[in-house]
Design a binder for this molecule. Structure first.
Ligand code: IDD
Length: 596
């Protein structure tokens, strides 16, 4: 017989209304739960009508999983969801694509200010995610990092809200362009090669005291609205499908329990019509210790306006408590219906009811040459030239490709894992070249230099070695080792040993170019006078040859600092516009070179 919500010719509102009218309370509450893939079974998905599954950091169907492994796993889960009473498809979410080695790892930091480029990166990312059967990414992070001591600073586009606003152009890249005649604020996904996106973390995640992750953002209303909120406006206008709540607090109140900002501001005033998702055990952390009063967590989180809870493991406890709270009128049916309506709206916008299973024809898009070239372009445009010789008439860069003998040194010269940083093959990132296909900076240099040039590689050479070799010049690649979230919080921001001594040994005995691989500004002033040329390479990901492209002048340096480069950490926090502004290199600084 005719089932209205299954009819794609009906409007989304009609389909939602029809489906909601058929759903039991249990089915509605099941839709509000997102569980981790490691605990998902066919029985749970079918019997509990679970709304969503995610891969947490590094959680894959198997080690070195290929696209087919992902597709088979996700289709397996989806078929279970489709076998539930009403056959509501589940939505599978993941953090961008850095979970999988099947993807070209875009530069981990997108520090260029080119909305067209970031949109193209979004489109490539959407294609590669869909190729693995996934229709939903927890990106973009539109945090405005105001203190580089924050372990997630590299996930933020800039300290300047204007730049972050501009970079929301990745959303139409990921989701597709909202048709001009369609209502603003409504989730929009334009086709099977596009994904639902997630603006995160709402709100003020980048403003915590001393950059302490998940801590307290102490700032007035106008400061919050002028620094941390602005990028949410264009995100909503561009039809972002979901918003993730921040672990952090605003003036002592947990964002996961902040009904004023989540319901009143985001939903009622800004008219956001997609669904609000918690962070991982985000409601558990409303209380201290976390999960010490889960009933309070569930009540406060859902009452604040959170629609989908990233549980991720204790879905039975979650479902039982929500059911009790509704049956005892602590949570209204209106609140439940608002949450489910929003979740269904995103699922209908994604076309999940029409095409719930993966489209296997996209697999050859993975790691395509076009995507590698795009990532390489992003690397080139992200690099910032901070110093280029002692004086203008003797620039060091671009380097001559033809030289008798050059030295490549440093802990980060030949290490793909270090180039990629956190959120890659594993949550905290990896060390070495065995996890991801890609090009190290050393390989990029070797490929770019003239065949007649002798290239000597030494991770941490001593002074005698350098003196005795009479190198034409040396390239030293050092920086930070990979980290994610709290593990990346740093009060000293020093580069990893033996980086400093490598710099001093090499630069004290040869003309040197120092390339810093890091997610953020780090301590460099003590060595700066010894360094002839200094390049901030951030986290170039798999495309190390993008670094060689500008070092040797195939392309000019054009990058500008997206955040202030401090002298010493005791100046922090220090952002452009502050009264006490005495940086080593100011926000928006960057020397340029011409292509040769
Ligand atoms: O991976 C899903 C989300 C991600 O989208 C958020 O940006 C991030 O804050 C986050 N932290 C954890 C997470 C934190 C601690 C232990 C295990 C997992 C999980 N997640």
């Amino acid at each position: 017989d005719y089932i209205k919500y299954r009819d794609p010719k009906q409007t989304t509102n009609v389909r939602i209304r029809d489906l909601m009218s058929r759903m039991t309370l249990a089915e509605k509450i099941g839709q509000m739960a997102q569980i981790e893939r490691s605990v998902a079974t066919a029985d749970i998905l079918r019997d509990c009508s679970i709304g969503s599954i995610l891969s947490g950091g590094g959680s894959a169907p198997l080690f070195n999983a290929k696209a087919k492994d992902w597709i088979d796993m996700i289709n397996g889960f989806q078929n279970a969801s489709l076998s539930s009473r009403l056959g509501i498809p589940m939505i599978y979410g993941i953090d961008a694509v850095h979970e999988k080695r099947t993807h070209v790892l875009e530069p981990r930091v997108l520090y260029f200010r080119d909305p067209d480029l970031v949109k193209r990166i979004g489109a490539a990312t959407a294609l590669e995610v869909r190729a693995t059967g996934i229709p939903y990414v927890f990106a973009p992070c539109i945090a405005v990092c105001r203190d580089p001591r924050w372990g997630r600073c590299y996930e933020s586009y800039s300290e300047d809200p204007k730049v972050v606003e501009m970079m929301t152009e990745i959303i139409p890249g990921l989701q597709g362009d909202v048709p001009s005649d369609s209502r603003k604020g409504v989730p929009y996904v334009g086709g099977k090669d596009k994904v639902a996106a997630c603006a995160k973390h709402f709100v003020g995640d980048g403003g915590t005291t001393k950059g302490i992750n998940e801590n307290d953002t102490v700032i007035g209303y106008h400061g919050l609205m002028s620094i941390h909120m602005p990028a949410y406006f264009p995100s909503i206008i561009k039809g972002v499908s979901t918003v993730m709540v921040s672990y952090s607090s605003w003036n002592g109140q947990k964002m996961h329990a902040n009904r004023y900002l989540v319901k009143t501001v985001l939903k009622d005033i800004l008219k956001f019509r997609g669904f609000v998702i918690s962070d991982w055990e985000g409601i558990d952390r409303i209380t201290y210790p976390p999960h010490s009063n889960y009933t309070e967590s569930v009540l406060k989180g859902i009452s604040a306006g959170i629609d989908m809870i990233m549980v991720p493991y204790n879905h039975i406890e979650f479902i039982n408590i929500v059911t009790d709270l509704v049956n005892n009128n602590y949570i209204s049916m209106d609140r439940i219906d608002d949450a489910v309506r929003r979740i269904l709206r995103v699922k209908f916008a994604l076309g999940l009811f029409e095409t719930p299973l993966a489209d296997e024809t996209l697999v050859d898009q993975l790691g395509s040459q076009a995507h590698r070239d795009l990532a390489r372009e992003a690397v080139r445009k992200s690099l910032v030239l901070l110093k280029n010789g002692g004086n203008a008439d003797a620039p060091v860069l671009p380097l001559p490709k033809k030289a008798s003998k050059i030295l490549v040194a440093g802990s980060h010269a030949n290490n793909l894992g270090y180039q990629c940083g956190g959120w890659t093959a594993t949550w905290q990132g990896v060390d070495g070249n065995n996890y991801t296909a890609g090009t190290t900076i050393l390989s990029g240099i070797t490929a770019a230099a003239d065949p007649s040039t002798e290239i000597v590689y030494s991770k941490n050479p001593d002074a005698d070695f350098i003196k005795s070799n009479n190198f034409s010049y040396a390239i030293v690649v050092v920086g930070e080792t990979p980290y994610a979230e709290t593990a990346g919080d740093s009060l000293n921001l020093t580069i990893a040993e033996p980086g400093p001594s490598t710099i001093l040994n090499v630069c004290g005995n040869a003309k040197c170019v120092v390339v810093i691989v890091s997610g953020r500004p780090v301590v460099i002033e003590p060595y700066e006078s010894q360094i002839d040329a200094l390049v901030a390479a951030w986290l170039p990901g798999t495309e190390g040859q993008g670094v060689a492209d500008v070092l040797f002048g195939d392309y000019g340096f054009t990058g500008k600092l997206p955040r202030t480069w401090f002298r010493t950490v005791d100046q922090l926090p220090m952002n452009v516009g502050d009264s006490h502004y005495d940086p080593l290199f100011p926000y928006d600084f960057g020397l340029t070179t011409k292509p040769v």
